[in-house]
Design a protein around this ligand. Structure first.
Ligand code: SF4
Length: 307
């Protein structure tokens, strides 16, 4: 983004007031077992319109992070769960702002009709536009246990229909899900390389207050990864991704007031440092084990002085 815009570009989280088919009963009730929308509530979301939320978020981030341009991030619930023309209106409302470089929309694979994708493709000329598509695991058995209520096939189909329209897809993946081991998350990374997603966001399984996962955790049914286990898993997954895949996120950091466990993710810098250390110690690099590895990266290892 720096290369493209010549300045710092930050995301501004927005709440468009949409709900989720996995909460309103059309797909399911109660949502995915780990989901806590309260923990994602953006600053300024009490303000009604998109333009007001954007202005508040931009003011805050401009001062705190010295950002110059912004990505309007429709993060809450399912960002495409509304009639196409209504969605066009809210996305255009964000794009009107001269400070907004592009938009990012968080959604489910089963909420992307062809009409909605056509509309998104028509907005694309306005700047970067990407879909953040929840997958979490490429194992249908695990998706069922998470109460995701969509299949891996539906994800693959949505990625394909977005790709043929030139829309970038960033997949969301959780490492350390109940019932998963290293074989599963490596399989997920390889699957994502195979379906050629543009980007991936990883985060550790986090237990948040008010979720079904929290109840399972209280009953002793969930084992969470330790920091070293997670950092090691991330290195393995990145090695399994094609070199060109954009890794948007390496760990999550839920607000403390919502977080039950694990607490090691609170300081992102410690997590990043551990991941970096494993990369160096193993001589690891993105794409090393990717089955779809087509082109070797120019720089494989950090220079010694960077260690
Ligand atoms: S994680 Fe996404 S799909 Fe699942 S309940 Fe939450 S908003 Fe809905």
């Amino acid at each position: 983004m720096k290369a493209r815009f010549g300045c710092k570009v930050f995301k501004v989280s927005l709440d468009a007031g949409l709900t989720c088919p996995n909460r309103d009963g059309s797909k399911g009730n109660g949502g995915c077992i780990y989901c806590s929308n309260a923990s994602l509530k953006p600053k300024g979301a009490a303000l009604k319109g998109i333009a007001d939320q954007l202005a508040a978020g931009i003011d805050y981030i401009r001062i705190r992070h010295k950002a110059v341009k912004f990505i309007a991030y429709f993060q809450m619930n399912t960002g495409t769960y509304a009639p196409t023309e209504y969605l066009r209106g809210i996305f255009n409302e964000a794009l009107i702002s001269k400070d907004v470089a592009g938009i990012s929309i968080s959604t489910r694979p089963d909420c992307l009709s062809d009409a909605t994708l056509d509309m998104l493709a028509s907005l694309k000329g306005a700047g970067p536009l990407w879909l953040e598509l929840g997958l979490q695991s490429a194992n249908d058995r695990v998706l069922e246990a998470l109460n995701r209520r969509h299949t891996v096939k539906e994800f693959e189909d949505a990625v394909h229909r977005a790709r043929i329209r030139g829309i970038d897809v960033c997949a969301h993946v959780i490492i350390g899900l109940p019932g998963e081991d290293a074989t599963d998350w490596l399989n997920t990374a390889q699957f994502l390389g195979g379906v050629k997603v543009w980007g991936v966001k990883f985060h550790q399984l986090q237990v948040l207050k008010g979720t079904a996962l929290n109840e399972m955790y209280e009953r002793g049914e969930v084992r969470l990864l330790e920091l070293d286990e997670y950092a090691s898993a991330i290195v393995d997954c990145i090695e399994a991704l094609p070199p060109a895949t954009v890794v948007h996120r390496l760990c999550g950091d839920a607000p403390l007031e919502h977080l039950v466990a694990p607490r090691w993710g609170v300081n992102k810098f410690i997590v990043m440092d551990r991941i970096r250390r494993f990369f160096v110690e193993r001589g690891a690099y993105q794409g090393r084990t990717s089955p779809t590895f087509l082109e070797r990266p120019v720089t494989r290892r950090l220079a010694p002085q960077a260690r």
